[in-house]
Design a protein around this ligand. Structure first.
Ligand SMILES: Cc1cc2nc3c(=O)[nH]c(=O)nc-3n(C[C@H](O)[C@H](O)[C@H](O)COP(=O)(O)OP(=O)(O)OC[C@H]3O[C@@H](n4cnc5c(N)ncnc54)[C@H](O)[C@@H]3O)c2cc1C
Length: 404
């Protein structure tokens, strides 16, 4: 048994605590705020076994032109936001070419397919079943061209990865989702995914489970992590080992320990809207770069990626998302005065960073889950815990790759 400090209590940090605790370690999680109130709070709530390919940067000439001209809603940027991470963005684009994307997919697919199996025992032990629906999410296709593309994608996913989806026409969609008020060409029902109606609440219940089982979550600043003998100290807490699970704040800390982390920070926004009859499933309207998730607080409209250093007060992607949502559904006024915002911690090679930090004994990395950290937390926690217990870890995920 070792004494271990885990820095950060998002989905990734709390899952790390649980995985290490299950192996008999004495774990303290240090969180400066409240567990599950940052990136792991603001997402679309999807636990996605079907997302076998990591999210590549759109590189088709038409898509790039749209992005460059600031026209589409998939990726927005401003000059300072882009310049502050230009090397990482260029590298991400390079890895999004077919060879790099294929390489990442092999590893990513292996992780993502385990996600609901890894969440299941935690949901049960935490008594959080009331937050989870296990009947998938729906991707709507408004035009025949998008429907055709979806047919090809579904066939490819089945053939290459064994992922099953149900394709529906507009009539079948309305039978499943009567609150959709316009005619659309069709939809894909990704049936194996799960949907969470309160992502922050799920992390909080995993955190409560961790404490009930003897773990400690303390309020403190992990930013002053420093050596204490052969181990580590942060705030007033010590441990033989420390795990950096600070999501988008991880690079800042690790720079001090000689690891330069080239992260792409993809900002997203969400806002809840009152709705009398919400959809039965989350609805992805990717043609409008938005996911609409029925949540406890209302219909959550979550946006795609923005490369900006500071959030906008009236983000164009959210304005557009709201317009798209109002076309599909009868929605009311916003619940909050201002939108929530957070940054997806994305690595340029689209794989999270998991394992031993080079040249630093007993310092471990666990971050960089990009678009699917809410899904992957419990999966990658197990990968890390196994390595910390003497396993080999996954070569493709090692922090040492960042030194090359
Ligand atoms: C709009 C949007 C939609 C998304 N949708 C999905 C989805 O549907 N499904 C999915 O799987 N993923 C989704 N994601 C991605 C997912 O939310 C993230 O990958 C995931 O939450 C990252 O978790 P984390 O624990 O690494 O980071 P975080 O949740 O950000 O946790 C990091 C923690 O570290 C703490 N911290 C930071 N600095 C310090 C410090 N100095 N001292 C102590 N504590 C500190 C923070 O307070 C925070 O609690 C989405 C993201 C966005 C933005």
């Amino acid at each position: 048994m070792s004494e271990i400090l885990v820095l950060g209590a998002g989905m990734v940090g709390v899952s790390t605590g649980l995985a290490l605790q299950a192996r008999g370690h004495d774990v303290t999680i240090i969180e400066r705020g409240v567990p599950g109130r940052e990136t792991s709070y603001g997402n679309a709530g999807l636990i996605q076994t079907e997302a076998v390919e990591p999210y590549a940067m759109p590189l088709a000439p038409w898509a790039l032109t749209q992005i460059a001209l600031g026209r589409g809603y998939d990726v927005k940027w401003n000059l300072s936001g882009l310049l502050s991470q230009v090397g990482a963005v260029a590298n991400y684009a390079w890895n999004s070419l077919p060879a790099g994307h294929k390489r990442a997919t092999v590893v990513w697919g292996k992780m993502i397919r385990q996600s609901t199996d890894r969440h299941a025992p935690l949901v049960e032990a935490a008594g959080a079943g009331n937050l989870i629906r296990k009947d998938g999410y729906i991707e709507v296709h408004r035009t025949p061209a998008r429907m055709e593309k979806a047919r090809k994608a579904a066939a490819r996913f089945l053939e290459q990865f064994g992922v099953e989806a149900r394709l529906m026409d507009g009539r079948e969609l309305r039978a499943l989702e009567p609150s959709v008020k316009i005619e659309v060409e069709g939809a894909t029902h990704w049936r194996d995914a799960w949907a969470c109606s309160d992502p922050g609440g799920l992390v909080a219940s995993y955190a409560a489970l961790f404490e009930k089982q003897g773990g400690r979550i303390v309020n403190g600043d992990a930013g002053d992590l420093h050596r204490e003998g052969a181990g580590w100290k942060a705030d007033e807490y010590t441990g033989e080992h420390a795990v950096v699970a600070l999501g988008p704040w991880s690079p800042m800390l690790l720079q001090r320990y000689g690891l330069k982390v080239p992260m792409v920070f993809k900002r997203g926004y969400h806002r809840h809207y009152h709705m009398d009859v919400p959809p039965n499933h989350p609805i992805a309207d990717f043609g409008n770069s938005v996911v609409l998730s029925p949540m406890r607080r209302g219909l959550r409209i979550a946006t795609a990626a923005e490369l900006t250093s500071h959030p906008r007060l009236t983000p164009p992607q959210l304005r557009h998302g709201e317009k798209a949502a109002r076309e599909l559904f009868d929605i009311g006024s916003p619940v909050e005065a201002e939108p929530w915002t957070g940054r997806r911690p994305c690595m340029p090679d689209m794989l999270p960073v998991i394992g031993r930090v080079p040249d630093q004994s007993n310092l471990w990395a666990h971050f960089g889950h990009g678009h699917q950290g809410f899904t992957l937390g419990p999966v990658t926690a197990e990968i890390l815990a196994e390595e910390m217990d003497g396993g080999e870890g996954w070569a493709e995920l090692q922090p040492s790759r960042l030194k090359r």
